[in-house]
Design a protein around this ligand. Structure first.
Ligand SMILES: [Zn+2]
Length: 92
């Protein structure tokens, strides 16, 4: 394993929130500013992406977790990893 402290952190999913809890998607990589794509759950266009790159509304993902708690444990939609150390909010 090589640990490179580059500008691009790996886009790793964190914890799967319990049903009814909100997803924490703060990373800008969740937002595709180039194009909207149909949400895998409701079919309406969304710029949001899951960690796996699936186009999905965050609200839809939260709803899906609540509706499919067993499958949700497999980690299809997860919150961001919590990094308390350094948070940069400068990127618009
Ligand atoms: Zn949706």
């Amino acid at each position: 394993m090589t640990r490179t402290r580059g500008k691009k952190a790996p886009f790793e999913p964190g914890l799967v929130p319990p049903p009814g809890a909100l997803l924490e998607w703060r990373d800008s990589q969740h937002f595709d500013r180039w194009q909207d794509r149909p949400c895998v759950l409701c079919d309406k266009p969304t710029p949001m992406r899951s960690h796996a790159g699936e186009p999905v509304h965050k609200a839809c993902a939260v709803y899906w977790i609540a509706a499919n708690p067993v499958e949700a444990r497999l980690g299809r939609f997860a919150s961001d990893t919590q990094s308390k150390s350094s948070q940069r909010a400068t990127h618009a």
